[in-house]
Design a protein around this ligand. Structure first.
Ligand SMILES: CC(C)(COP(=O)(O)OP(=O)(O)OC[C@H]1O[C@@H](n2cnc3c(N)ncnc32)[C@H](O)[C@@H]1OP(=O)(O)O)[C@@H](O)C(=O)NCCC(=O)NCCS
Length: 162
């Protein structure tokens, strides 16, 4: 089941993010812990949301997603973070989280959802995950995250063109 992230979830969400192996040790707390604190304190502005997936109302978070509308364009939303606990990957949690983001953005008038990820071979499964759900790679910034580690920008239209 999906529910809004609560302040009490933050340590588990940071630990979950660290367990996915995307961050260097310490980075998850510094990057995501601070974002969650700002989110719950209302410092990130309107529309910033985090959702958690758990197997039941009292279950620990198995996945989470953080997203927001961009102030730079009308109807465009950014998916800032999505992560699923390694032991729970491959059973539809990520797809459910991504679908919930799309539904929310669409209901709020969103036209386009944008997500950025790494172009390295280690992220092949992640890029396949987005491609299989209708996201198209629309840009690439060479050496963005590090030399040899490109940023790949994916986007999906959430509604037809008017
Ligand atoms: C990408 C991620 C969120 C997908 O979540 P998930 O719960 O495994 O996704 P689902 O079960 O809904 O879908 C699985 C699909 O994702 C892909 N996938 C990515 N990583 C996977 C993994 N470790 N195990 C199984 N499938 C994985 C597969 O291509 C699979 O495709 P299929 O449905 O055609 O078989 C998750 O693997 C994850 O947390 N990765 C590490 C964190 C990360 O890189 N986040 C994205 C940063 S941009």
């Amino acid at each position: 089941m999906l529910r809004p992230a609560a302040p009490a979830d933050s340590p588990a969400l940071v630990a979950l993010a660290a367990a996915t192996g995307v961050f260097q040790p310490g980075e998850a707390e510094a990057l995501l812990g601070g974002v969650l604190d700002d989110l719950h304190a209302g410092r990130l502005g309107d529309g910033h949301l985090a959702r958690v997936w758990a197997d039941g109302p009292d279950g620990p978070p198995l996945g989470w997603v953080y997203f927001a509308p961009t102030p730079k364009a009308d109807g465009v939303w950014d998916l800032w973070w999505i992560g699923v606990a390694p032991a729970a990957q491959g059973r539809g949690v990520g797809g459910a989280l991504l679908g919930a983001v799309e539904d929310h953005a669409r209901a709020a008038g969103g036209r386009v959802l944008v997500v950025e990820t790494s172009g390295t071979p280690a992220f092949d499964p992640v890029r396949r995950f987005y491609s299989a759900r209708g996201y198209a790679a629309g840009g690439r910034v060479p050496d963005f995250y590090a030399d040899g580690d490109d940023k790949v920008i994916y986007a999906k239209r959430l509604r037809g063109r008017v």
